[in-house]
Design a protein around this ligand. Structure first.
Ligand SMILES: NC(=O)C1=CN([C@@H]2O[C@H](COP(=O)(O)OP(=O)(O)OC[C@H]3O[C@@H](n4cnc5c(N)ncnc54)[C@H](OP(=O)(O)O)[C@@H]3O)[C@@H](O)[C@H]2O)C=CC1
Ligand SMILES: CC(=O)[C@@H](O)[C@H](O)COP(=O)(O)O
Ligand SMILES: [Mn+2]
Length: 402
């Protein structure tokens, strides 16, 4: 748990923080660059990466002039090399490029905003180089939480949460000690299907699932919010970030997404962090911490808001949530299996190859058949668990692997 933040330090005289933005072309990545635009004297960009969106990455590179860009797609790599010829911007490719760029001596902070298991290896590389990682990519901690903790202990890097709930908890914990904490309360919007008749769930379409009531996000996390697997992944993320057992991490449905999460302390007091649902707030806090920087983000209009509502999550409606608790209870490779099966199932659902209700069914089957005990699975062990779970889901869904 962090020490009390010093909010009085004179930030204007400090050298700018030099960022590597992994997943720069996505929802969190582009909002991170919005924050850089707001604070050009305090933040600079050294690295930008994408999977295949070469056009957007090129546009960003020409605006921010980083030292290096990384792209996964071979054709995108060829295009970027051609387009950036004659500039000082280095172009790298693939996972090797990602791991090299996060270890550069001219990078201070790595914004980890890839989606999925692909985020784990570069985060480990960044922590092995002792970097500060602003972590949006929750799948990193879900699949590899024990390994990430071990890497933090060995190399002394730091993790600052970006996920809105974990940022809220992190902010509530400023000035507190671990012994004072009783329970973490993760709030959940309940997604678009909180009140939809349960018997219609097998007719849910991708367009309906991609319509989040409060947040505009990438496709994968949006579908996860609709199944509430997102909250399950966040329970596991909170377990590894704040080192508390599952029994002390609760989930509470709060449809307005104004309270981003809460902490109840041993004296019965509860602290909450509130704000409009705008990811630029937790992104900025992760980049400014331990300072707070003045910014023109929207403020809550309390009178217009009027009320805040709460309810208990319904496990019959959202079976992915108890599955995530079960994976955490099993430990070993179980959370990595849960995560990979979910990633694969969400992809199949978005491609209209399975129904919405199949997501939980496939994840449950993979969890049942594939999890293995192991106190701290190695990266290679996790990678194999991830591969096998994806393959298993494809087979069970009757889809040929590509
Ligand atoms: N969006 C949000 O508001 C929130 C997101 N998060 C978490 O943050 C992470 C990012 O989410 P989000 O920004 O929504 O995702 P997006 O899908 O919008 O963006 C993902 C980014 O990662 C890149 N990428 C995807 N897969 C790979 C890969 N295999 N290798 C290399 N790069 C890859 C994409 O490149 P390209 O564009 O070229 O495909 C893109 O830049 C997720 O873990 C999510 O759960 C957490 C809280 C809120
Ligand atoms: C913005 C953010 O942090 C998302 O993870 C968000 O929490 C999703 O909303 P749900 O509460 O519906 O999962
Ligand atoms: Mn979240």
């Amino acid at each position: 748990m962090q020490e009390t933040a010093d909010t009085t330090s004179a930030s204007s005289v400090a050298a700018p923080r030099r960022l590597a933005v992994l997943g720069a072309t996505g929802s969190i990545g582009t909002q991170t660059l919005d924050i850089v635009r707001l604070f050009p004297d305090r933040l600079t960009v050294q690295v930008l990466t994408a999977r295949r969106n070469a056009a957007r990455l090129l546009q960003q590179a020409l605006e921010f002039r980083p030292a290096c860009v990384v792209i996964d797609d071979p054709e995108g790599y060829r295009q970027l090399r051609e387009a950036l010829r004659g500039t000082s911007i280095e172009v790298l490719q693939g996972e090797q490029g990602l791991c090299a760029c996060v270890q550069r001596p001219d990078v201070d902070v790595v914004m980890a905003a890839l989606v999925g298991f692909a985020g784990l290896r570069p985060v480990l590389a960044a922590l092995e180089a002792g970097k500060q990682v602003a972590l949006a990519n929750k799948e990193t901690l879900v699949a590899g939480g024990a390994l990430v903790r071990q890497t933090l202990r060995r190399y002394g890097g730091t993790l600052i949460p970006v996920d809105s709930e974990h940022s809220a908890i992190f902010q509530c914990l400023v000035g507190e000690t671990p012994a004072s904490v009783e329970t973490l309360i993760l709030t959940a919007s309940g997604g678009p299907f909180r009140t939809r008749p349960l018997e219609t769930f097998d007719r849910i379409t991708p367009d309906e699932a991609l319509c989040h009531p409060n947040w505009s996000m990438g496709a994968k996390v949006t579908v996860d919010s609709a199944t509430m697997m997102n909250k399950g992944l966040e329970v596991i993320e909170a377990h590894w970030l704040f080192e508390l057992p599952a029994a002390r991490i609760q989930v509470l449905v709060h449809p307005q997404s104004i309270i981003h999460s809460m902490v109840t302390f041993v004296d019965g007091s509860t602290k909450a962090q509130l704000g409009v649902p705008d990811m630029r707030l937790p992104i900025q806090y992760a980049l400014s911490y331990p300072e707070r920087w003045e910014a023109p983000h929207e403020r809550i209009d309390w009178a217009r808001l009027g009320r805040l509502d709460f309810e208990t999550p319904d496990p019959a409606r959202f079976p992915c949530l108890p599955l995530a608790y079960e994976a955490l209870r099993r430990g070993g490779t179980a959370p990595a299996v849960l995560n990979a099966a979910n990633e694969q199932a969400v992809q199949l659902f978005l491609q209209e190859q399975i129904r919405f209700t199949d997501i939980a069914r496939l994840v449950e089957a993979a969890l049942e058949h594939l999890s293995e005990p192991d106190a701290v699975p190695s990266y290679e062990h996790l990678q194999e668990a991830d591969r096998r779970a994806r393959q298993y889901v494809l087979e069970l869904a009757g889809v040929a692997a590509h």
